[in-house]
Design a protein around this ligand. Structure first.
Ligand SMILES: Cc1cc2nc3c(=O)[nH]c(=O)nc-3n(C[C@H](O)[C@H](O)[C@H](O)COP(=O)(O)O)c2cc1C
Length: 423
């Protein structure tokens, strides 16, 4: 009869009886323990890159504090024996109201990187948003995902041909939507990385979508000409060259003797992002694809309106986990105004600060159609690879389902502002 139980009760049973059955879980449940355990596993550069944010990290703090401005007011005796956590986005039904956010350079968290996340998300049928800055290219990830859902996140580079190539590849890989991240046309000022002098891309990490791309490979040939001076040989430049050779596709020894790894990094730096991007450029992207396009990084109602006017199909309210503008508004704080402006015309998703089922419940009650999980699954990946990510998805699913049912809601549709009051 176990299968008749709601998912959350089954998950609790699995956890409580796990050690008796010899089925030990691999990751801690609470977010703080998860982060602290991951910290012990990660190099100091990796932890700084994942945990760090812009400036004094005030935005990251407000992302979490923003959720405390709302309290849940549960309703009793509603027959919640069969809770349904499914949501429909762009005509597709998903089992839970969360997706896995695009996170770059996942090989800093675990050697299996995106591939482990692809497998875990596929096993749970939860959409994985491939990052433009992935450590494993989208074709390799898609190949292990069967028919399970995936989206593609795009950073708009200085080459429109490269943008087009990424979009075409995402279509061929079966991605169901394109997420254009608009808040990172330049990298934010991140003291933890700056203090360690460490930016993974400069070591050839997190550029797999580029090095696997035919347009990028052409750019590598043409963009640098003969002006490509060999580096001065110092201990740290040799270490950097060895890392680049390891991270570049192909054999390590061939790469070590070749200029390609270094050229790929230089070409990447030249074409990575386009600070000159404007609203008018969106028509180009729109003309490229019929897939739904969502803008990620929207933080005010006016921008949400502009996105709709330019035929964008969805909004992701996000401040990039506080990694871009220190002192920016928290995502949950601006969510209600954006939801009001959008008025149901397109789906509104949100991320930045989701750390529990209760956070997800509040975001949905405030009008989000779904949320994105970021750092939590990255920490789970660091601790236990694919298994860790799969458990994390199950834990967040169970936590959300219980919060929803215990608040008196049978389905996600019933979650609304009636279940909230301001603190
Ligand atoms: C280590 C790291 C790498 C990220 N890489 C990307 C990326 O490549 N593309 C992108 O759109 N967002 C990226 N993000 C932002 C996430 O998609 C998401 O907005 C953020 O993690 C939400 O904040 P939270 O994890 O604190 O909840 C990254 C975030 C982190 C922590």
């Amino acid at each position: 009869m176990a299968s008749d139980k709601p998912f959350s009760r089954q998950r609790q049973t699995d956890i409580f009886l796990g050690s008796l059955r010899g089925n030990d879980r691999t990751i801690p449940i609470s977010f703080d323990k998860l982060r602290n355990t991951a910290k012990k596993k990660l190099s100091k550069e990796a932890f700084a890159y994942i945990a760090g944010s812009a400036g004094r990290e005030m935005t990251k703090k407000s992302n979490r504090a923003g959720f405390n401005k709302w309290k849940i007011t549960p309703n009793m005796l509603n027959d919640v024996s069969e809770p349904n956590t499914g949501v429909t986005l762009f005509g597709q039904r998903y089992p839970v109201p969360f997706l896995l956010a695009p996170i770059g350079v996942l090989d800093m968290a675990h050697p299996d990187a995106d591939l482990a996340v692809a497998k875990a998300s596929a096993a749970e049928n939860v959409p994985f948003i491939f990052s433009s800055q992935a450590s494993v290219d989208m074709e390799t990830c898609s190949a292990v995902m069967g028919d399970s859902p995936r989206w593609f996140q795009l950073y708009w580079s200085t080459s429109d041909d490269l943008v087009e190539s990424f979009v075409r590849r995402a279509e061929s890989c079966g991605c169901e939507a394109i997420v254009l991240t608009v808040d990172t046309t330049m990298l934010g000022w991140r003291p933890r990385d700056l203090d360690l002098d460490y930016l993974p891309f400069l070591r050839g990490r997190g550029i797999a979508q580029y090095t696997s791309d035919p347009v990028f490979q052409e750019l590598m040939k043409t963009s640098l000409g003969d002006a490509d001076e060999p580096p001065k040989l110092t201990w740290s430049s040799i270490k950097a060259l060895v890392k680049m050779a390891k991270n570049y596709p192909g054999g390590f020894w061939t790469n070590l003797l070749s200029e390609d790894p270094r050229r790929s990094v230089k070409t990447f730096i030249e074409c990575y992002s386009r600070p000159s991007l404007t609203w008018d450029d969106l028509s180009f992207l729109r003309s490229l694809t019929d897939l739904p396009i969502l803008l990620k990084g929207i933080l005010n109602p006016k921008d949400a309106r502009k996105a709709i006017e330019r035929n964008m199909n969805g909004i992701i309210v996000s401040n990039h986990g506080g990694r871009q503008v220190d002192g920016a508004v928290s995502a949950v704080e601006v969510l209600p105004d954006i939801v009001k402006e959008v008025n149901g015309e397109v789906p509104v998703l949100m991320d930045s600060g989701i750390r529990s089922g209760s956070n997800m419940f509040k975001a949905i009650a405030l009008g989000a159609d779904a949320v994105l999980l970021g750092r939590p699954y990255t920490y789970a990946l660091s601790i236990a690879g694919e298994q860790g990510v799969q458990e994390l998805i199950q834990n967040y699913r169970a936590d959300f389902e219980l919060t929803m049912a215990l608040s008196g809601c049978r389905s996600v549709d019933e979650v609304d502002t009636n279940q909230l009051q301001s603190a």
